[in-house]
Design a protein. Structure first.
Length: 274
């Protein structure tokens, strides 16, 4: 069981920010905007799935996991709210969140599926976000030039994603979800998640007017596909999920602990699972 603290982030998100808020870089801004556009509907789905999974467990197992789930839900609800505020500024800048509309249709089409499928999808997505989060904490230059409040937002979110990386996975295992389906779901989520984010990033770049500029795609390569880029540099951690006997806690989450300790002045704990 993992103790999870719910934190109130002490930054101002009422003040607008520049269109290319991430150091004036068109691609980095568009890509992180696309990620943020996926979060509110995604975080709600994660909360709903984990709570539904917990309810189906025998009472003794439910009691063991209930406090951690409460902390998980608290953290995800905070992420949903904060990124909702962030996305509201994007909407005022003229960006259209097609990713959210597409995801909503997909969720409606799959709502009838077994709760283990939904918890498995949550666990798979949480693995992706956790390895990307750890990468962010290791490579803060991805936010170079961004104003401090937005740097804090993304690194705080990264730290908490890494912190609660195993909650949905543990619920899936408690539900006796199969290894075969765990891996099938992970592959599906990988393709779907990356496709959604790519399409929304392209849409954002079109709106920004930088889709066909060489500098845009040079930045994309450096961020994502260079030797230690977010995608290429995470291949080993991504593939670990498909190994027999894998558990998220086998991967190092120490950067999350370090960041939260070093930046405790940026948030106020409002609840703790203990």
């Amino acid at each position: 069981m993992t103790d999870l603290t719910v934190r109130k982030l002490l930054i101002d998100l009422t003040t607008p920010f520049a269109t290319r808020w991430n150091g004036g870089d068109a691609f980095r801004s568009a890509f992180f905007n696309a990620l943020s556009m996926s979060f509110p509907i995604g975080e709600q789905y994660f909360m709903d799935s984990v709570r539904a999974g917990l309810k189906t467990l025998p009472e003794n197992e439910r009691a063991c996991l209930a406090t951690e789930v409460q902390g998980f839900v608290g953290q995800e609800a905070t992420h949903r709210r904060i990124h909702g505020l962030f996305n509201a500024h994007l909407e005022k800048q003229g960006y259209t969140n097609e990713l959210e509309r597409r995801a909503a249709r997909r969720l409606q089409q799959n709502a009838h599926r077994d709760v283990r499928v939904h918890v498995g999808a949550t666990a798979a997505t949480e693995h992706l976000t956790a390895i990307f989060a750890d990468w962010m904490l290791k490579h803060p230059a991805a936010l170079h030039g961004a104003e401090p409040r937005l740097q804090t937002l993304w690194l705080w979110h990264s730290a908490e994603e890494s912190e609660h990386r195993s909650t949905a996975f543990d619920i899936y295992k408690a539900l006796k979800g199969s290894e075969e389906w765990r891996i099938k779901i992970f592959r599906y989520i990988t393709v779907t998640f990356l496709s959604d984010v790519t399409r929304q990033t392209v849409r954002n770049l079109w709106h920004d007017g930088s889709l066909f500029k060489w500098s845009t795609w040079r930045s994309a390569y450096q961020l994502l596909l260079s030797k230690d880029g977010m995608f290429r540099g995470n291949y080993k951690l991504w593939s670990d999920y498909m190994a027999p006997g894998f558990h998220p806690r086998q991967q190092d989450g120490s950067l999350s602990v370090q960041w939260l300790k070093a930046n405790s002045n940026q948030f106020t704990p409002v609840g703790q699972s203990a």
